[in-house]
Design a protein. Sequence first.
Length: 298
Amino acid sequence: MAAANITILSNPMNHFLSKLRDYYALTKPEVNLLILMTTSAGYYLACRGSVNILGLANTVIGTLLVASGTATLDQGMERTWDGQMRRTANRPLPSGRLSAREAFLFGCSLSIAGGLYLAFAVNRLASVLAISTLLSYLLIYTPLKRKTPLCTLLGAFPGAMPTLIGWVGASSRIDSHAWFLFAVLFLWQFPHFLAIALMYREDYARAGYKMLPDFDADGRFTRAEVLGFSVILVLVTLFSGYRTGPIPLVTLSLAGAFLLHPVIRLARTSSRNVASWVVHASVIYLPIVLIIATAFKT
């Protein structure tokens, strides 16, 4: 009898915890880690004195709320097609563990809460930038993924916006230094996401996503894009290192070589493993650049 009572009590608890895990998965925590880094870097670099820890926390919290809402609503819009891809079929919505209505309410709640939080706890410009990011992502990038490979270009704009939100959170304005940081994250997205598109080309095609151009059957054009954008990215970051001194310049040169090594290999082969190396190298490269930028802030 005691064992039966424990089972009855544990089942609702297990169901509740399972629901929490699924809601958490909808927010795409792995993407939010990147947003946390870039927003924090933007805020820190915009400070002209000591960092306002409360201001930084408020900016990050509001940005993460809007980003989590955006990710949730995006998955709600794409649930049917996510179910057709192996890499996304087990997500909470296509698997049926959460309903579209639950995701919609959760996503709207997070987005509205984040926008209001930024408006009242940070400043209105940060809130406007965050909501603009949400709208451009959901109304432009998400629909275009099934229409044109240019979606990567257009999606890179909202993807780089957390740097500006962080900057505005600290300074209430956008200047040339902010746009420079924006450019770094904007360029970084091309080698990262195009390499992912090469890795999962068949999976994307199965769901009707046009992440790569139809004429590029062997991936040669896309691999050249990865190389071109990577070279530009490294040169832009080296320019930043040149302005701040020899130590950051040397460190950024080593980081650039680390990124370009698999990128150059990918330009010569269509190997999925090499594309995976590019993805991992890009994930390591960006935090190094941000750490150097914050450590040698002028």
